[in-house]
Design a protein. Structure first.
Length: 102
């Protein structure tokens, strides 16, 4: 069974909703219900873990299959949107798992 990858734009999560994307309330609901949240850099298509480190550890160490609700947020080319996104994740989930690498 193929897993569907759901990605929303960072703009729809932080401010407004371009046509065809979730409204801010819907996007925040997606954040609230997600077990794992990634920011996606479009140039590299690299996923940055924002939330869900413990859930991923549990899944990796368990012999019992367990799923996770994964939300991917397209960051865009402006890395200045990352701090407000992290603040929103912290506000919604209580913390975030982002660790900046040098």
């Amino acid at each position: 069974m193929e897993r569907r990858r759901f990605t929303v734009s960072v703009e729809s999560v932080l401010s407004g909703a371009p046509a065809g994307t979730p409204t801010p309330a819907d996007a925040r609901r997606l954040l609230n219900h997600a077990d794992v949240i990634y920011a996606v850099e479009p140039e590299s298509n690299h996923d940055i873990l924002l939330f869900g480190k413990e859930k991923l550890k549990r899944i990796a160490s368990s012999d019992v299959p367990e799923g996770a609700r994964v939300l991917r947020i397209a960051l865009g080319s402006d890395r200045r949107k990352l701090p407000p996104l992290l603040a929103l994740v912290r506000e919604t989930k209580g913390s975030h798992d982002y660790a900046e690498t040098a």
